[in-house]
Design a protein around this ligand. Structure first.
Ligand code: ATP
Ligand code: MG
Length: 411
């Protein structure tokens, strides 16, 4: 039998890759907590309607990318393609729409049937925050400031630029949509087949096309600015003022739209040029309509999601594994005492390992192989004096240390 491989578009996270991944999640969780966000976890699969109803019948995710299946009792289920819809479903299911604001941090795997390439997978992972309740533009700025702080804490702030736009309110969007349809219809022949299909169903989405052919046409498309109602323009001005207060630099980009239907007003992306075509590392916006779509009351909300794989690739330094201490008894009579020391080190929070058998030479070879930082060597004579030999495996220095001092010395 040919050896089995991971399914197309999925990958195993092992060693350095998992450490990078974990660094992203732990940093984001810590920063989000300082902004007042609390972690939630919702199921990996949901009733298909949680996504099909809310993400937009014509969105790329719903039309082409969902992993949907019928289970043994005939129910249509879908592996979640994103976190926001599930979080809003949970808000409603748990009766939390009357306990606002809710400030949620999220991390976990997402699933989309996409063409795999660098930075684009079928199982990928996101960190995510959602601020549900406030309708104030300062909320948008606060959420973006949190994203900015996460990127700074990861040390990738210098590699990314924040681009923002507004999608206006429904009235602004309807007027802009009309202008986009006129414009794109006039350039119909030059558009990619995908974008031509979007022209009828969802013209805003053309602005989000990654097709080469579409780019020059997109560059000339009308921006929403002239179509904004006074209220929408005021809201957008409030977001920009909020960002200035938080000290978050940004650039306005009138081409930014979101891939899902439930967004209005603020849309933003943190982008980089260092990851090739997959340059968006964090993206989000305001989605005041989603909770109502899920069967709850009208509820303002704003949030973002970031691809962990893309952020992990941007980390300049791979986080190191925790340094190990190995315990090495020089004779079988000392094996038992060695286990006692091993356990004392572990209880003190030190990564400590010990081979189950073998000569001192074999054990020291193994210590080198795992890159151990130090060896605690138990000898007969030292045992008599209640001490051990402590060897620094980096410098090679070795000294006798009273057992009672061992943990302080290792720390
Ligand atoms: P793209 O335009 O790259 O397809 P998107 O608009 O579909 O992205 P969102 O739904 O906004 O992406 O998801 C937020 C972030 O999640 C993206 O900016 C990206 O960093 C990451 N992401 C999305 N899809 C994938 C994927 N298939 N593989 C890896 N990361 C992904
Ligand atoms: Mg996509």
């Amino acid at each position: 039998m040919t050896p089995l491989q991971p399914a197309r578009g999925t990958k195993d996270l092992i060693g350095e890759e998992l450490r990078r991944h974990r660094r992203v999640i732990e940093t984001a969780r810590r920063i989000a907590e300082t902004f007042g966000f609390e972690e939630w976890a919702t199921p990996v699969f949901e009733d298909t309607r949680v996504f099909s109803r809310t993400l937009g019948e014509t969105s790329d995710v719903v039309t082409k990318e969902m992993y949907s299946f019928t289970d043994r009792s005939g129910e249509s289920l879908t592996l979640r393609p994103e976190a926001t819809a599930g979080v809003c479903r949970a808000l409603v299911s748990n009766g939390l729409t009357q306990s606002l604001p809710q400030k949620i941090f999220y991390a976990g795997p997402m699933f989309r049937y996409e063409r795999p390439q660098k930075g684009r997978y079928r199982q990928f992972h996101q960190i995510d925050i959602e601020l549900i309740g406030p309708a104030h533009p300062m909320a948008d700025a606060d959420v973006i400031a949190c994203g900015h702080a996460v990127l700074e804490a990861l040390g990738v702030g210098g590699d990314v630029t924040l681009e923002i736009n507004t999608l206006g309110d429904a009235e602004s969007r309807a007027a802009w949509r009309g202008a986009l349809v006129d414009y794109f219809a006039a350039h119909r022949v030059g558009l990619s087949p995908d974008s031509r299909a979007r022209l009828e169903r969802n013209p805003l989405r053309i602005l989000d096309s990654k097709e080469h052919a579409d780019q020059p046409i997109i560059a000339g498309a009308p921006a929403i600015g002239p179509y904004l109602t006074q209220a929408a323009a005021l809201f957008y001005a409030g977001v920009k003022e909020g960002l200035a207060r938080f000290g978050v630099p940004f650039r306005e980009n009138p081409r930014i739209v979101r891939g899902l239907d439930y967004y209005g007003h603020t849309a933003f992306e943190f982008v980089t040029t260092t990851l090739g075509a997959q340059g968006t590392v964090m993206a989000g916006g305001r989605y005041d309509g989603l909770v109502a779509e899920m069967g709850g009351p009208p509820t303002p909300a704003v949030g973002w999601a970031a691809g962990i794989e893309r952020l992990a690739m941007l980390l300049s330094e791979a986080p190191k594994a925790v340094a190990a201490v190995v315990v090495v008894p020089v004779s079988p009579a000392l094996e038992e005492a060695a286990v006692q020391i091993l356990q004392r080190l572990r209880r003190a929070g030190i990564r400590a390992e010990m081979e189950y058998a073998g000569t001192v030479r074999r054990r020291m070879e193994r210590a080198n192989r795992i890159g151990a930082r130090a060896a605690v060597i138990l000898g007969e004579e030292e045992a008599g004096r209640g001490s051990v030999q402590l060897k620094d495996l980096v410098s090679g220095a070795q000294a006798e240390v009273p057992e009672a001092d061992l943990i302080t010395r290792l720390a």
